[in-house]
Structure formats: structure tokens, C-alpha cells
Write a new protein. Structure first.
Length: 126
């Protein structure tokens, strides 16, 4: 899955929370290899379908975010009732948006970004 996920417990937790049809995931983008600019993320991920993003926030929280819709860089929020953000360190916890209409922010000026009432400490933009 990801060399960032070093613990089997993290891999197992993600396998449990991902939708059943989220199979065949492949690496599209790795910041350390492809660049940290949001345009680097969007060049490699836009239009590719559902994505699982694994990241460590600036507050040292290992987390993952999922969206079933492709990234487009439209600058709008995406409605996605399947979207989630989950903390993988400390207490493994799943966060679903309070309002699926605002689940994912899809703009070219930032990389993967989940909205709504998701836990701010584990959002990659913090």
C-alpha cells in the first residue's frame, strides 16, 4: 500500500474502513518523489478515479483520506458521501463529513483536502 504505513495495524484498519469496491489501488503520487507543490499532486492524480491519500500532517499525525470521486482542480467542494478522513496514530479514528456536499475541497491551489466537520489536526492542509 504505502511505505509510510509501517505498521500492520494501520494497513488492517484501512482495509476495514475502505469501501469494498476500493480495490486495485496504485501509487499515483508521492510528495518526496514527485514534488510538494499542489500542481504536482494534481498533474498526477486528476481524473484518475477514487483515491486514498496517506500523509503525515505538520502536527505529526499519520492519517489517510479517501474520496470516491476523481480530482479535477475545479476550485469547488465535491459532494461525496463515501469520503472520509481517518487518524492512524494515537487513537485510530474515522471522521466522516457532517455534510457530504462539502466533503472534499477540489482546487488547484492545494493538494488533497477534506472539508466539513473533519478533525482539523489530521487534515493535510494544517
Amino acid at each position: 500500500m504505502s511505505k509510510t504505513l509501517k505498521e500492520d495495524a494501520h494497513r488492517s484498519y484501512l482495509a476495514d474502513v475502505l469501501p469494498e469496491d476500493a480495490t486495485g489501488l496504485e501509487l499515483l503520487y508521492r510528495g518526496s518523489e514527485h514534488g510538494w507543490d499542489p500542481k504536482d499532486f494534481h498533474e498526477r492524480c486528476n481524473g484518475k478515479g477514487r483515491t486514498l491519500s496517506i500523509f503525515e500532517s505538520s502536527k505529526a499525525c499519520l492519517a489517510a483520506g479517501y474520496t470516491s470521486l476523481p480530482w479535477r482542480s475545479y476550485g469547488f467542494n465535491k459532494e461525496d458521501s463515501s469520503a472520509f478522513l481517518c487518524a492512524l496514530t494515537n487513537k485510530m479514528q474515522l471522521f466522516k463529513p457532517a455534510n457530504p456536499e462539502w466533503a472534499v475541497a477540489d482546487g488547484s491551489l492545494y493538494g488533497p483536502n477534506w472539508r466539513g466537520s473533519l478533525e482539523a489536526d489530521c487534515n493535510p492542509m494544517n
